[in-house]
Design a protein around this ligand. Structure first.
Ligand code: PAP
Length: 316
């Protein structure tokens, strides 16, 4: 990876310019800044600049992209299993998150990965390194989105547990909800994030595969086959006959992944933030928002989603 065009100092300067008075933070411990219309944490802003000019994708690369809490862990597992016909580790360890890895310890690992590489981003499409969107680049992107009320619910539980685990007090849910509705959440606003990839997938269906968490829940076998076909490694008749698709779906399923010993230990991200792997597996259900949101909150999020997606051809 070449990082010569934008120096670290330049990236730092641009990042400082991007910071302004945040109206309210979703998380006490997460300093977010509005960078080109999206709320990102400090280190991610630096890395976007470095990646944008310096990242050299390989034509065979496949990127998993998502707004957080939309089914990333599961999709990483399915894509890795499709490519390798197995899954042995926590999906996050098999598929590195590029904009976080860069500043941490694992860049050399990304470079040493053999092709085809599976990498991931939570970045919006407009912030991907231009080399990935280049017409000459054959890289493919698999994006997963999820119904907004469930995304808020999953996000709330994740950070509540994380904040409490470091001895801090989470914000009142009403404040977190207001933040989310205003888009002030890591990588938010979610609606613009989803729309950017949705439009890309409409314009370039061979390059961007657009998936929904709900359809993964409904028919994971169909989605696994679709992912394999999109990546150019579809299942042979022989593999189908041996029940490989069923086995891989089972291997990546919520119960299987959340119960393996490997996923009960800590996962170290970005050098110093430690997140328990078990935090990535909570309930894995559609509609769990009904156990958290008041009817008013639910209606408010529905209205925002309807308004934002109006005319796009996208709905839930
Ligand atoms: P991330 O962006 O931090 O990586 P992500 O994996 O996108 O998180 O989302 C986590 C959600 O996916 C959790 O949803 P919940 O809070 O509503 O339960 C998690 O339980 C769910 N999840 C993780 N693995 C699976 C799986 N194998 N099958 C179904 N859902 C899953």
């Amino acid at each position: 990876m070449k990082l010569s065009k934008v120096s670290l100092e330049e990236a730092e300067r641009n990042k400082r310019q991007a910071f302004n008075d945040t109206p309210h933070f979703f998380l006490h411990h997460h300093k977010l800044c509005n960078y080109k219309g999206f709320w990102l944490s400090e280190n991610v802003v630096t890395n976007v600049e470095l990646l944008r000019d310096g990242f050299a994708p390989r034509p065979t690369d496949v990127f998993i992209a998502s707004h957080p809490k939309c089914g990333t862990t599961w999709l990483k597992g399915l894509a890795f299993a499709a490519l390798n016909r197995l899954l042995t580790l926590n999906p996050h360890e098999c598929v590195p998150l590029l904009e976080v890895t860069l500043q941490g310890m694992n860049l050399s690992y990304v470079e040493s990965m053999s092709s085809p590489r599976l990498l991931s981003f939570h970045l919006p499409a407009s912030m991907l390194p231009t080399s990935i969107n280049d017409v000459f680049s054959n890289c493919r992107i698999i994006y997963v989105c999820r119904e907004t009320k469930d995304v808020f619910t999953s996000t709330w539980h994740f950070y509540q547990t994380l904040i409490e685990s470091v001895g801090m007090k989470p914000p009142p849910i009403e404040d977190a909800f207001e933040s989310f509705c205003g888009g002030v959440v890591p990588y938010g606003p979610i609606w613009e994030h989803v729309l950017e990839y949705w439009r890309e997938s409409q314009q370039k269906p061979g390059k961007v595969l657009f998936l929904r968490y709900e359809e993964m829940i409904e028919d994971p076998r169909r989605i696994l086959r679709m992912i394999a076909q999109f990546m150019g490694c579809e299942f042979s008749k022989e593999e189908e006959n041996t029940g490989l698709v069923d086995k891989l779906v089972e291997l990546c399923g919520f119960n299987s992944l959340s119960n393996i010993e490997e996923n009960k230990h800590e996962l170290i991200i970005d050098g110093n933030i430690k997140i328990k792997k078990s935090l990535f597996f909570r309930k894995g259900l559609v509609g769990d928002w009904a156990n958290l949101l008041t009817p008013e909150m639910a209606q408010r999020l529905d209205e925002i989603t309807q308004e934002k997606f109006n005319g796009s051809g996208l709905n839930f």
